[in-house]
Design a protein around this ligand. Structure first.
Ligand code: FAD
Length: 348
């Protein structure tokens, strides 16, 4: 795995969304990367049943315990008390599932030096929005500067508290939580994202790929500044605008191979100013544009054809889904799993 820097993965909130209603998605979203695989819901479910436990096992080996299943969806509060859905979440977050907290008294821990998070208003939001009995306790961590950020808490030991409660909500980043302690979800920059990034980054080589070389309809090597990485098969998992897999130019461009970029099944190269106008009115629309693949995850040219038989694409570089939506991690995990497997067969 070659990566030049952390991407969107390092910014996630702490609750991974896999898929909401798989049957409905296949029926109503023809350009969605999962629909384009042309697998029925039973086969997709079977792949997810294998891919997710394999991922959780791999993360645990790399020191990050993540829990949950793609078949169950919980709701978790972020540092402002706002609920977000999630299928998979770090073990340190799972105790804070909102339905499970109902009927319990929750203590919300505040750190007086941290300026961007206010435990009292989070406790109030838990009461008003989720009907959870919550109150705040402020602690002071003297070594922190005034106006410190939540990320300054990263890796510190959880402070000891005066009050006792069966459930204790901490801002994310602390280690050694007491019994009943759990972490809230974060806004970006995210301690949860940083831990995930560190776990998956353990096996990565730091390299900025500037070019993919090819010969005879096959990609042969990835060229970085100081080294050429040869391979029998390649997976393009370069992310969306944050990862750098797509450049926000007019029109949006895939920089390594000039692959086709599509929105609603049509090339953005010919969308004219209409697309710019739609994105101006609703910025989230730009997440829908991306690379499109055939049913074996080979990326398509602008003409709709496949140029390289040993190149696969996976994750947020794919268009047709909103990565801030219910498949935020579902598409990267499942397409990554399948692309990796198919690429490995190609390699043989
Ligand atoms: C702010 C934010 C919050 C989010 N929160 C959630 C959430 O709470 N729940 C959820 O389910 N989803 C969430 N998502 C969506 C989810 O994080 C992404 O869909 C997912 O992380 C994408 O993973 P990826 O591996 O495809 O891309 P990325 O994580 O972006 O990785 C792309 C990688 O490719 C590398 N790369 C790109 N080009 C090159 C090159 N030329 N050479 C070498 N390396 C290169 C980048 O350096 C990076 O390492 C969020 C997204 C954002 C932006």
């Amino acid at each position: 795995m070659l990566a030049r820097a952390p991407g969107a993965t390092a910014l996630y909130s702490g609750a991974m969304e896999i898929v909401d209603d798989l049957e409905a998605l296949l029926k109503t979203e023809p350009h969605h990367p999962l629909t384009r695989l042309r697998l029925d819901s039973l086969r997709l479910a079977t792949e997810l049943d294998t891919a997710i436990p394999a991922l959780l096992l791999a993360l645990e080996k790399d020191g990050l315990k993540v829990e949950g299943s793609w078949r169950t969806r919980g709701r978790f509060a972020d540092i402002h008390g706002v609920a977000r859905p999630g299928n998979l979440m770090p073990a340190t977050v799972s105790l804070g599932e909102l339905r499970a907290l109902s009927g319990h008294r929750v203590l919300v821990v505040g750190v007086s030096e941290v300026g961007e998070y206010d435990a009292t208003s989070t406790a109030q939001a838990l009461k008003e929005l989720h009907h959870i009995e919550a109150e705040a306790e402020e602690v002071s961590i003297k070594e922190l500067p005034v106006g410190a950020s939540v990320t300054d808490l990263y890796g510190r030991r959880a402070p000891s508290l005066k009050a006792r409660a069966p459930a204790i909500a901490f801002p994310p980043g602390f280690t050694g939580l007491p019994d009943g302690g759990f972490e809230l979800l974060s806004a970006a920059p995210s301690p949860h994202g940083w831990r995930l990034q560190q776990a998956i980054g353990l096996g990565a080589v730091s390299a900025d790929v500037t070019e993919l070389q090819s010969a005879g309809g096959r990609v042969t090597a990835a060229q970085a500044a100081d080294k050429t990485y040869r391979g029998d098969a390649f997976v393009l998992a370069t992310g969306h605008h944050i990862g750098g897999g797509l450049l926000k130019e007019n029109p949006v461009r895939e920089p390594l191979l000039g692959l086709g970029v599509f929105r609603d099944g049509r090339s953005v190269a010919h969308a004219g100013t209409r697309l710019q106008h739609i994105e101006y009115l609703e910025p989230a629309q730009q997440f829908l544009a991306g690379v499109m693949t055939d049913e074996r995850l080979h990326p398509l040219e602008e003409s709709g054809g496949v140029r390289f038989e040993n190149l696969y694409a996976a994750g947020a570089v794919l268009g047709g889904f909103d990565y801030a939506g219910p498949c935020g991690f579902g598409v990267p995990i499942l397409t990554g799993w399948l692309a990796g497997r198919w690429a490995a067969r190609d390699g043989r």
